[in-house]
Design a protein around this ligand. Structure first.
Ligand code: DGL
Length: 298
């Protein structure tokens, strides 16, 4: 095991950053955060008992997400919250902000900002869960940046990732069907997309596969794949630095960037801790180690 694969309980003395996802896909965001905030202490909660959020109603998602946020703040002392779940960010950001008295950042705005930087044609494709697509949160965030977005729900991709079928012919076939459909929808709307936004925290695991498939399918324009994890981590580190500066002299200190070295990570899940420990390392790129079971109620 090399040093990047080892999971260690670091001794970070920086701010406590709560990271929340409906499952363990949000570990892709945590991975990006580790590189930008090596001195921070991370507390991650995956609401695995109630996953998937992507097929549920706004009301239910808001309740689950607010309960999860309260756990991270009230019981784990989080000082900043990163909602590393596209569905919760799209449908419950307001509810979470109301539930906790600390700065909260979602993934939609950073994702749309990254798409705006990447796109030259100003036409983008967004693939996400059913709930995220139905909310049109990405389309709205893109519109404010002068982009036109065609959104497509890809509900089969999350279970395939959860199954660990990352490089699998079935996943490739499913991805091809969805990507073909979204490209057809864009063509029907006379759009020339050059950017594909991965609007779900599970999809970065399929990035290689999706890049290959979209390259084969898009005959006219080369399509660049954007995942919001990097953009969110960058926005989060800026937010933490701003708040820390404003409260200079407080206990919150932050190293701006560097190597994660000996990261301080504590993971909680509401169910399936063994599966989380087994598959979570793929998302994080490090061993997640012991995951604690937590009961947030029904
Ligand atoms: N974390 C969710 C997202 O990013 C995907 C999994 C789910 O449906 O709960 O949208």
């Amino acid at each position: 095991m090399n040093s990047r694969e080892e999971r260690t309980e670091g001794t970070g003395s920086g701010p406590v950053i709560g990271v929340f996802d409906s499952g363990f896909g949000g570990l892709t965001v945590l991975k990006a955060l580790l590189w930008r905030m090596p001195g921070a202490r991370f507390v991650f909660l995956g609401d695995t008992a109630r996953l998937p959020y992507g097929s549920k109603s706004r009301r239910t998602i808001a309740r689950y997400a607010a309960e999860s946020a309260r756990f991270l703040v009230n019981q784990q002392g989080a000082e900043f919250l990163v909602i590393a779940c596209n569905t919760a960010s799209a449908l419950a950001l307001d509810a979470i902000q109301e539930a906790v008295p600390i700065p909260v950042l979602g993934v939609i705005e950073p994702g749309a900002a990254a798409a705006a930087l990447a796109s030259k044609t100003k036409d983008v494709l967004v693939i996400a869960t059913e709930a995220t697509v139905a909310s049109h949160a990405y389309a709205a965030a893109c519109r404010t940046r002068g982009l036109r977005a065609v959104e497509k729900a890809c509900p089969l991709l999350v279970p395939l990732v959860e199954e660990g079928w990352i490089e699998h012919p079935v996943t490739a076939e499913v991805a091809r069907i969805y990507l073909n459909e979204v490209l057809e929808e864009a063509a029907a709307a006379r759009q020339s997309p050059d950017t594909l936004v991965l609007g779900c925290t599970h999809y970065p695991l399929l990035r290689g596969l999706l890049e290959r498939e979209i390259l084969e399918l898009s005959t006219s324009t080369a399509i660049r794949v954007i995942d919001s994890a990097e953009a969110t981590a960058e926005a989060a580190s800026q937010l933490v630095a701003e708040v820390s500066k404003a409260g200079a002299g407080s206990r919150t200190e932050l190293s701006a960037s560097g190597s994660p070295g000996n990261p301080s990570i504590h993971c909680f899940a509401t169910d399936s801790v063994e599966k989380f420990e087994r598959l979570g390392s793929r998302f994080l790129g490090l061993q997640v180690g012991k995951v604690e079971l937590v009961d947030l109620g029904g």
